[in-house]
Design a protein around this ligand. Structure first.
Ligand code: CDP
Length: 224
């Protein structure tokens, strides 16, 4: 790290809140990893997927369609903190609905300020699809976390089993493939690695090993 002369303003990189972007497809291990990184770094954690999930849940509860742009935008603009705490944000309808509302530019625009303000206020570890590309293009470290479709489907299936849902593995894999394809193909803020993102494939890694690998990558980028 270069020295700064006394009295001079410190370089922006030393004063800006630290943002770590953790992007990637469904069930790649982003959430577990991002939460752990946040705890270790003493940074707040934001699961940005919850914003899209909560938006879809609101639309669905009102009897609307997540593809109805006006309804989805209105829901996004009126989200409250409590909406992000609901226990019913992880069902299959909300999964698909979240990626449908997320494909609509007015919904993304409505949720952008909140995400950017969060990052600007405290810094943080932010988990999503477009953090490194759109929300925080200046993030200090950008990880793009992936795993094979089979590994990801199995993880999501195990999570659902643990919640008492009985659903065939093939169905989970199919639902996930539809959602990933929609997320990657949308015109606005598609899911893709930022040019300066570091790819982390967790197919063969358990949560601890994924954390250790990410931690080394982050230490190297933060130069600490
Ligand atoms: O937990 P999982 O990885 O399955 O999904 P999530 O992170 O909760 O995100 C749910 C959906 O929200 C995704 O399928 C995306 O369509 C959308 N999303 C997005 O478009 N941009 C983000 N920054 C985060 C989520």
């Amino acid at each position: 790290m270069s020295a700064t002369s006394p009295g001079a303003a410190p370089p922006e990189a030393l004063t800006a809140p630290v943002v770590i972007a953790v992007d990637g497809p469904a069930a790649a291990g982003k959430g577990t990893l991002a939460r752990r990184l946040a705890a270790e770094l003493g940074l707040p954690y934001l699961d940005t997927g919850l914003l899209y999930r909560a938006t879809a849940r609101r639309v669905l509860l009102a009897g609307g369609l997540p593809t109805d742009t006006a309804a989805a935008e209105a829901a996004a603009r009126t989200l409250e903190a409590a909406d992000l705490q609901r226990p019913d944000l992880r069902g299959p309808d909300v999964d698909q609905g979240a990626s449908q509302v997320a494909a609509q530019p007015p919904v993304r625009a409505a949720l952008l300020d909140f995400q950017r303000s969060f990052a600007a206020r405290h810094g943080g570890v932010m988990d999503g699809r477009d953090i490194g590309t759109v929300v925080c293009p200046d993030a200090r470290v950008k990880l793009f976390v992936t795993a094979s479709p089979e590994a990801r489907a199995r993880r999501r299936w195990l999570e659902r089993q643990a919640r008492g849902e009985s659903i065939p593995l093939e169905e989970v894999a199919q639902e996930m493939a539809v959602r990933d394809a929609r997320d990657a193909a949308r015109d606005v803020a598609p899911m893709k690695p930022a040019e300066d993102a570091i790819l982390l494939d967790t197919t063969e890694l358990d949560a601890e090993a994924a954390f250790r690998e990410a931690w080394q990558l982050i230490q190297a980028r933060l130069d600490v």
